[in-house]
Design a protein around this ligand. Structure first.
Ligand code: GLN
Length: 192
């Protein structure tokens, strides 16, 4: 199994470290040709969705990545990654992949006091650490989207078919369970 980590901007190194700890091989996606490599899943890291979206278009990676996701490539998206996947962004006119039928709100917790840490239940896993950094939350989901975690009344993690997305940053805490869950999804899809 090889996981591709989008590495144009943001917290990709932390995801790579986590994959390394789990003994999973990874490649980086930095330019168009990197999308021709063989991999079984993609990580879209946190960072700045506007910058990532712009770079993906400038580097001519956007359409191929969108196609791979639409074709069923498993994706783990954290924070800005969730914004890139969302079908609609409530407080921003920009549009990205739109493969995940949810509406998100960017910087939903405020810009300044927007960073915090909680320990919360994640469906099927139990209580895990969740670090939020100027995070979005999910305002609404369409049918077929499984809600995996809430922080107070807000949805912060979902799964829809091959896409696993969350507002927080599992790569910044020691807990490996989210990445392990993603690896299980990748295994599930690779034997299909
Ligand atoms: N605020 C960022 C955005 O809107 C997301 C923050 C993050 O990824 N930690 O893209």
């Amino acid at each position: 199994m090889v996981i591709a980590v989008l590495a144009v901007q943001g917290a990709f190194a932390e995801h790579e470290k986590m994959l390394g700890r789990l003994g999973i091989s990874f490649v980086e996606l930095r330019k168009k040709e990197d999308l021709l490599q063989k991999y079984d899943g993609i990580v879209l890291p946190g960072g700045e969705s506007t910058v990532q979206g712009k770079l993906l278009k400038e580097l001519d990676m956007f359409d191929t990545l969108k196609q791979q996701i639409q074709d069923g490539m498993p994706v783990l998206a954290t924070c800005a990654g969730l914004i890139l996947l969302a079908e609609s962004i409530e407080n921003d006119d920009r549009e990205y992949f739109k493969t995940l039928p949810v509406t998100v709100k960017r910087n939903a917790y405020g810009r300044q006091l927007g960073s915090f840490y909680v320990e919360q239940e994640f469906k099927g896993i139990g209580v895990i650490p969740m670090t939020f950094i100027r995070a979005p939350y999910i305002e609404s989901v369409s049918e077929g989207v499984e809600i995996l975690a809430k922080e107070k009344e807000h949805i912060v993690a979902v799964r829809y078919e091959n896409q696993l997305a969350m507002s927080f940053h599992p790569e910044l805490d020691e807990d490996e369970q989210i990445h392990k869950y993603f690896v299980e999804i990748v295994q599930e899809y690779s034997i299909k």
